[in-house]
Structures are given as C-alpha cells and as structure tokens.
Design a protein around this ligand. Structure first.
Ligand code: C2O
Ligand code: CU
Length: 497
C-alpha cells in the first residue's frame, strides 16, 4: 500500500485506505466491501473493466458458472457492429477470479455454427479436462454441451480459448482470462504493497468498415506462413482505451497475449517495467525492462509506476517486432494501444505520495535436476506438400501424421527445439510448466515457470520438464494459431509408471 501523509488522507476523507490495509491479502480489487481500489482516481479503469461471471455455487471455494459460446453483435468502433464470436456475449469472455486451490465448474454450451472445445491454457488440469478434441474429449458440436470441472493448483494469470479451428475462433474474439490469487500463507508479497492491480488481455481483430470479420484464411498460403495479425489492437476488448492514473502510485499489471499471431512488444515512454512474474506465477527475481515482450499465449506480471504532471498523458505503445522476414511489414509503425491520463483533481495529493518500496522477490524456484534426463530433440520445419501448400510441422511431420512422443509420470526430460524455418515460433506445451535452460543446460535467470517460449529463427531453445502425476495425451504446438492449424502440433503420451 502506498504511504500517504496521514493528515492529508484524513482531510480527503480517505480513511478507507486504512480499512483496505487491514483487510490485507484477502481483499481483492473490486471486492473490498463494494469499494474499488481507493488509491487511483475514482473510475480509473472503468473503460477496461472485464465482465465477471455469475457464480451459481454458494461455496466460496467453488466457482460454478454457465459459459456459452455464441455470435454476438458488438461494436469495436463507432461505425457499425460486428458479429463477434464470444463467451457469454463479451470480448474477452468473463474474467474468472479464483483463489489457488479453488474448484472451477463450467457448464459449457456451444451455440456457434461449428464445433469447439475449451482449453485452459497454463492451468495444470487433468488430461481429460484439457479440451483437446480427439484426445481429452470429443468436440462439442453446435447445440452441444460439456462440463469442465477441476481445481486450480497454481496462483497466476491463465487463460481459456478454443482448441478447434483455433486460429479462426480466437481471431473472432474467443478468449478470456483466469486470475488465480494466492491462497493465505502462500509465499506471495502482500498485494497492497505492490499497488493497484489490473488484468490486461491483449489481442487483435480484423474487421472491415462495415464491421464484417475478415476471412480467417485471408492472404492464402502467405497469410498462413506469416501468421495472420488482426489490424485492430484490443486491450480488454477495446481499441485504444484510456486509464486514469495517479502520478507516483505503483500499479501491478497482469498481462496475457491472447492474439492469434501477434507478438506484443510494449513500451511506455519515459518508464520502465519491473517484471516480477511469468507464465506460472512469480519469478525468483525481478527484471527491469524498457520493452516488455509477450509471445502469443504468454503472461507477464509487471510493476509500473506512472509518473507525469497533472493533465499530462502517456501512451502504452506496441512496438514492431521482427519475427522473421516481412512479418513486421504487416504493420511497420508503432501503435499506441492504451493511453494513461494523469489525474489532476488533487495535485497536492500526488506530491504526498512517497516512492514505493523496492520489490523484494521471495519465490524460490528450484533447479530441475537434469542428471539422467531423457533428451527430446525436435525440429520446427516448413515444407511444401504435393499441391505446393505450406506444411508446418515437427521433424518434417504434420500433426495429422504425427506419432506421439512418450514420457512416464515422474520422468524428467530436456527438450531442445531447433528452428529450421525463417520465422520465430512461440512453442507451447500443454499441462506442465517447464524451466528454460541456456546452451550449457543451466536455468535461465531470473527463473520463472513457463508454458510458452520463443524459438527464434535459426536458434535452438531448451527446457527441462518434470512430469507430475497426470497421465494422458498432451499437446505441444506453435502458438501462432495459423501454424498450429497448418500442422505444427504434436502429442506427448504421458504413461503411468
Ligand atoms: Cu493456448 Cu494448445 O494452447
Ligand atoms: Cu509458428
């Protein structure tokens, strides 16, 4: 919690700050006796508020919801509406806020004109809840239903999206975030200490001036090989929203990149990001960054302290990222994705804000012991099939022809993934967090748990993974969803010992 001069706080009637402090870690943003976070200007994040679901279950440790996929008319710009593909009628779908160890029950209905499933990206679910058609479940046909039911075992930001025709369905708006708060007693810093929290779901969408969604196969084979990016960048489903901030007050942003192909490289001119967490919760140390890179599928937990004069503004900016020849060519110029306005209602109050305490990481992340680990060498490949169309794959094999790799519960493997193509690929493994390794086999510092990492063109990326007791068939694939769809996906069969 930011410290303010007590006199000032009283004069401004902000005693609620004290109450907020006493409520401590059990008090999440938006859930403190009906108060939103008191430190920022009133209504500071109204423009990017995410929908919340209706909880059907009175048990505080169970979130039980109905989730329906359907086409919904939404307006992303002032001109016309778009029949977006949504969960419960919004883009993104509802934010599922839970505490580590809670149970999630989702009564899912598919009202789309085609089959779908839900994959819970990053959540260590049992294999039969993983949403992979043909392996963990049958696809849910139009009009069909499916019940998902599992415990969320880790704190952090996760997300959900379809795993059927995913490039199109995600590109049309189907994704949502799962925010799992630490449980009492977890080794996490007090939330209040770190500042007001925000969940930012980054994505993009392509619609024409009449509001019609772009053909998901636009650009043909070239579009597939590049990976299609939506022309309009969205933050929590809004193009270029704004946020009202108090100068000098630290904020904690939980970000997820839910775009079908776009790498999000973000800057905030005049500011630095302090990244404290990765895909799987907090890291063992913080990392200061001018540019924050999030691959499709990745999450980051960052501290930001906006600083500016009253009435000044600063833009959170997407900066082109070259992920191979001509990929930045789709959109060469930086684009502002969200604008931060400095509140001018109480400049005296701003002056009273004391610089936040430096962040001290407490999380211990042990080294996975790779002595005797099984090596798994893989190549990312691009070839042409007999008809001259691109085939993306692993070791020259596309998903439809692939045989599963194998592992046994309790086993440790070291994967080395060599990229033989001219483009970078964000590699994602379902179900398990892994530890990225350098060329010498040592964990990359700062340490964090990941489920998605970059494999830059011409390079080899390595990680260690130790399989816990969740046997079944797990997927791994490129999270540029056009690439996944063109064959760059494989299976790992995790066997009982
Ligand atoms: Cu978010 Cu199979 O992935
Ligand atoms: Cu790829």
């Amino acid at each position: 919690m930011a410290r303010v001069d007590q006199r000032l706080a009283r004069r401004r009637g902000l005693l609620v700050w004290t109450l907020f402090g006493l409520a401590g870690a059990s008090c999440v943003v938006g859930a403190c006796g009906g108060e939103t976070a008191p430190a920022q200007p009133k209504g500071w994040k109204d423009e990017i508020e995410l929908a919340s679901p209706v909880d059907l279950n009175p048990d505080p440790h169970i979130l039980e919801i109905e989730l329906t996929a359907s086409l919904t008319d939404l307006s992303f710009t002032s001109g016309g509406t778009t029949a977006a593909w949504t969960y419960n009628g919004t883009v993104p779908g509802p934010l599922l806020e839970m505490t580590r160890g809670d149970r999630l029950i989702v009564h899912f209905t598919n009202d789309l004109p085609e089959p779908t499933t839900i994959h819970w990206h990053g959540v260590r679910v049992p294999a039969e809840m993983d949403g992979m058609p043909g392996h963990s479940q049958d696809e849910v046909p139009p009009g069909g239903t499916f019940d998902y039911d599992f415990v969320v075992p880790d704190a952090g930001l996760f997300w959900y999206h379809p795993h059927e025709n995913a490039a199109a369905q995600v590109g049309f708006g189907m994704y949502g975030a799962i925010w799992v708060h630490p449980a009492p007693g977890d080794e996490e810093p007090d939330q209040g200490e770190l500042g007001d929290e925000l969940v930012l779901v980054l994505s993009d969408i392509s619609i024409d001036s009449a509001g019609t969604l772009e053909d998901p196969a636009a650009g043909g084979d070239l579009g597939t090989v590049f990976g299609r990016e939506g022309a309009m960048i969205l933050v929590n489903g809004r193009p270029h929203p704004s946020l009202d901030v108090r100068s000098g007050l630290r904020q904690r942003w939980h970000l997820v990149n839910a775009a079908r192909s776009r790498y999000f490289q973000l800057s905030l001119p005049g500011h630095r990001f302090t990244q404290i967490g990765s895909d799987g919760g907090l890291m063992n140390a913080a990392e200061e960054k001018d540019l924050l890179l999030l691959l499709p599928g990745q999450r980051a937990d960052v501290l930001v302290t906006p600083k500016g004069e009253p009435d000044a503004e600063v833009g959170l900016t997407w900066t082109p990222y070259e992920r191979g020849p001509d990929t930045a060519g789709q959109q060469q110029l930086p684009q502002e994705v969200m604008r931060l306005f400095f509140d001018s209602s109480d400049p005296e109050g701003d002056k009273a804000i004391v610089a936040p305490e430096p962040y001290h990481a407490k999380r211990v992340i042990e080294t996975i012991d790779t002595n005797g680990a099984t090596p798994i060498p893989l190549q990312l490949t691009l070839a042409k099939n007999d008809e001259g169309h691109p085939e993306l794959g692993f070791n020259g094999v596309v998903y439809d022809d692939a045989q599963p790799l194998q592992a046994t519960v309790g086993e440790t493997q070291v994967w080395s993934i060599e990229n033989t193509t001219d483009w970078d690929h964000p590699f994602h493994l379902h179900g398990f967090f892994f530890q990225p390794l350098d060329a010498d086999g040592a964990p990359i510092e700062p340490r964090g748990w990941y489920d998605t990492i970059d494999v830059p063109t011409g390079m080899t990326s390595r990680f260690a993974v130790k399989y816990d007791n969740r046997p079944g068939m797990w997927m791994f694939h490129c999270h540029i969803l056009d690439h996944e769809g063109a064959g760059m996906m494989g299976m790992l069969d995790l066997l009982r010992p």
